[in-house]
Design a protein around this ligand. Structure first.
Ligand code: ATP
Length: 261
């Protein structure tokens, strides 16, 4: 897998005519889990969509190596980048779980509209097993709980095996084991040479699993670096308006919110 970073260069973006991203520059290298951390409304989802080529910036560029992500044809982009939305929405809810997961592989080798091939289904089962959701095979997506849908969504993205994996709040509906499992999988994927960017407002998970943290507030990057560099109580209190204490765990810093500031 070519080791090329995903970069945002002075990106500005709007939603409904209002500015949301105000000059974001960041680099997500392959091999690392980059966590974009910020409070509600900071612009995290918008940034992830801009990084994935799904929302066009009003200014600035997004480059994967030297490829301009927004200049790629949709299918080429889908081969390179898997994007996991925060919530699974229609269409697709009538599908069975393994068909949905297998369908993620269609951009790799053919057009949409055909049924899955055996190798696609095998990969689907493999990824469902990694997210501890094997027992969901055969069930309709529409009949799953929120956490089960979230596991299916991640398996869907993993099944593509793309160079870039972008995940939006991948653990918001998961129990604690699920949260830890998902971030461990993201780390595994990064170590295989992928670019992994996860968006979250959960400072604890950022402390436990990020290799790099991009702290986003009101559409601007206020800090970017290792968790030790970025996750300081002062900075977190300023951005999240909660009081934070740092737990030191096996060489990592884990911020614990202890009260409102
Ligand atoms: N379709 C839209 N039309 C108008 N404004 C929007 C739209 N989508 C998002 N916004 C606004 O853009 C801003 C950034 O939203 P975004 O979803 O990127 O933030 P976020 O950091 O992901 O938030 P959260 O943690 O709550 O999911 C918010 O103020 C939001 O209200």
């Amino acid at each position: 897998m070519a080791a090329e970073p995903l970069r945002a260069l002075s990106v500005y973006a709007e939603r409904g005519g209002s500015p949301v991203l105000r000059g974001v520059t960041l680099e997500a290298p392959p091999g690392e889990v980059t966590v974009v951390l910020g409070p509600n409304g900071a612009g995290k989802t918008t940034l992830l969509q801009v990084l994935g080529g799904l929302h066009r910036p009003s200014r600035g560029r997004v480059l994967l190596g030297d490829l301009d992500v927004h200049a790629l044809a949709a299918r080429d982009r889908a081969r390179l980048i898997a994007y996991v939305p925060a919530v699974l929405e229609a269409p697709g809810l009538g599908q069975r779980v393994e068909e949905f997961v297998a369908a993620s592989r269609y951009p790799l080798h053919r057009g949409l509209g055909l049924g899955p091939e055996r190798e696609d289904l095998e990969e689907a089962w493999r990824q469902l097993s990694r997210v501890e959701a094997d027992r969901l095979a055969g069930r309709k997506l529409s009949a799953l709980s929120s956490g089960e849908k979230q596991r299916a969504l991640l398996a869907h993205a993993l099944a593509r095996g793309s160079r870039v994996l972008l995940v939006d709040e991948p653990t918001s509906f998961l129990d604690m084991r699920g949260k830890l499992l998902v971030y461990k999988l993201l780390r595994e994927e990064a170590r295989r040479g992928r670019v992994v960017v996860a968006v979250t407002h959960d400072m604890l998970l950022a402390g436990l699993y990020a290799d790099q943290v991009v702290l986003l507030s009101e559409g601007r990057v206020v800090a970017q670096g290792t968790p030790t560099e970025v996750l300081s109580p002062e900075l977190l209190e300023k951005v999240f308006h909660v009081r934070v204490e740092l737990l030191r765990l096996g060489g990592r810093v884990v911020p614990l919110p202890v009260d409102t500031a």
